[in-house]
Design a protein around this ligand. Structure first.
Ligand code: AMP
Ligand code: MG
Length: 416
């Protein structure tokens, strides 16, 4: 493979704009319909199949936000200080069982239910207790230090919507409603393989001219990070008969079949031939760098197929730009890109209009606290180190020309 950086760029003539490619992909995606019930402990990263509607208020009752004294606001001194009789104690989880009367207060712990009659809590540090009396100064207001029933979640409210990919806080939120099981979409199943006589497995002894397969590992990482189930088909050698049987088998169980390598036009013709026997696959040249060649289509009756470029950075970037949104679509999620924002760029960047470029960057702050992005060393599409060091992609838009040092660029955080 030649160094892509040295390849003269020949213009956008027959290239497919990346937005158009993505649209065609999304239009082909069908939703996985099967759902399953999982315990909350196993629901991280899963996608809700139904709205979560609050069956209760959270918190279920007014309760104290502080350790202190619960009392009636009418008994608060308008000025100077006043004393109230201390008549009891209320602990979290143990309602008082009687009411707080005029001229009285009870000591109360954080989280304990506010007893009848009381409507205000004064912090322990702001009162003095001695001889069965609690002395309180001025400056308190009705309702101080009380967490209201339903102030977090209200009975009947839609707390999380179908399509939500569950995050740690969501699990806590669902648990706070007393819900122990959630209904989620089945995970997408993705069959993954590498191609090419030159690639071998890490752990094997390479023949002369061979390199180790890295794509299957970075792609598997992206799949698992996404929440997909990876079915590893290994490295498929250049034998049409074998490829045919493995792919036929894969389409029986996989929602998506993912390969890397061998999609440059005219290369390994038998791959094209086998794919066209088993489904409808087109080969696209997309106006992006890295990652121009991409094969996309369907195999069997229900599997999507992506043939990613072999270059390790290109394989990852095309996954992030095209496969990930397709997985979001089929797994029932709302389409959601990682956050992006504008920052000045430390480095001057070469760029020609007519294709979208994704350089690998890291964010750092200067002495004045201002955020900058810089590139992670050499940016060739085979330099996987540039990806490993990156925390974000520097997105250079389709029509943009070269970037001068200090110019503002768009950065997008890497998923995961
Ligand atoms: P290809 O897309 O097959 O023309 O491959 C482009 C470049 O990526 C070549 O240098 C390949 O050796 C390399 N390549 C292909 N597959 C892999 C893989 N699974 N892991 C690492 N490099 C690969
Ligand atoms: Mg190849």
């Amino acid at each position: 493979m030649s160094n892509e950086n040295e390849t003269p760029y020949t213009g956008a003539g027959n290239l497919l704009h990346q937005a158009e490619a993505l649209q065609r992909i999304l239009d082909t995606c069908d939703l996985i319909r099967e759902a399953e019930q999982v315990p909350l402990e196993a629901a991280l990263g899963r996608v809700l199949h139904q709205d979560i509607i609050a069956p209760i208020n959270v918190p279920p009752a007014d309760n104290s936000a502080m350790d202190g004294y619960a009392l009636r606001a009418a008994d608060l001194p308008a000025s100077g200080s006043g004393s109230l009789r201390l008549t009891g104690r209320v602990l979290a989880g143990h309602p008082l069982g009687s009411a707080v009367a005029r001229g009285e207060c009870v000591s109360i712990m954080t989280g304990a239910p506010i007893p009848d009659g009381a409507d205000t809590v004064v912090m322990r540090e702001q009162a003095q207790a001695a001889d069965g009396l609690v002395r309180i100064g001025p400056g308190h207001r009705r309702g101080d230090n009380i967490r209201r029933r339903g102030e977090d979640l209200q009975l009947g409210e839609t707390v999380l919507a179908r399509g939500r990919r569950l995050r740690p806080a969501d699990l806590g939120l669902i648990a706070s409603l007393g819900i122990a099981l959630t209904r989620v979409f089945r995970r997408p199943r993705v069959a993954l393989f590498s191609t090419g006589d030159e690639v071998c497995n890490p752990g094997d002894s390479p023949r002369s001219g061979q390199i180790y397969d890295s794509n299957r590992f970075s792609l598997r990482g992206l799949l698992e990070d996404f929440g997909a189930e990876a079915l590893d088909l290994g490295i498929l050698p250049d034998e049409p008969e074998l490829l045919r049987s493995v792919l036929r088998e894969a389409t029986l169980s996989a929602d998506l079949v993912l390969s890397s390598g061998g999609v440059s036009v005219g290369e390994a013709d038998y791959v094209t031939q086998v794919l066209s026997e088993l489904g409808t696959v087109s080969f696209w040249t997309i106006a992006i760098k890295p990652g121009r060649p991409l094969a996309f289509g369907t195999l069997g009756s229900r599997s999507l197929f992506f043939g990613l470029p072999g270059n390790p950075v290109a394989a990852m970037i095309t996954f992030i730009r095209f496969v990930r949104p397709a997985l979001q679509r089929i797994s029932g999620q709302a389409l959601e890109e990682p956050p992006s924002f504008e920052v000045p760029c430390l480095d001057a960047l070469k760029k020609v209009p007519g294709r979208t470029e994704f350089q690998r960057g890291t964010l750092r702050r200067d002495d004045a606290g201002r955020l900058w992005v810089g590139v992670t060393g050499r940016q060739g599409s085979g330099i996987l180190h540039s990806m490993s060091q990156a925390t974000c992609l520097i997105v250079l838009e389709h029509d943009r020309g070269p970037v001068a040092a200090g110019e503002t660029v768009t950065v997008q955080l890497l998923p995961g």
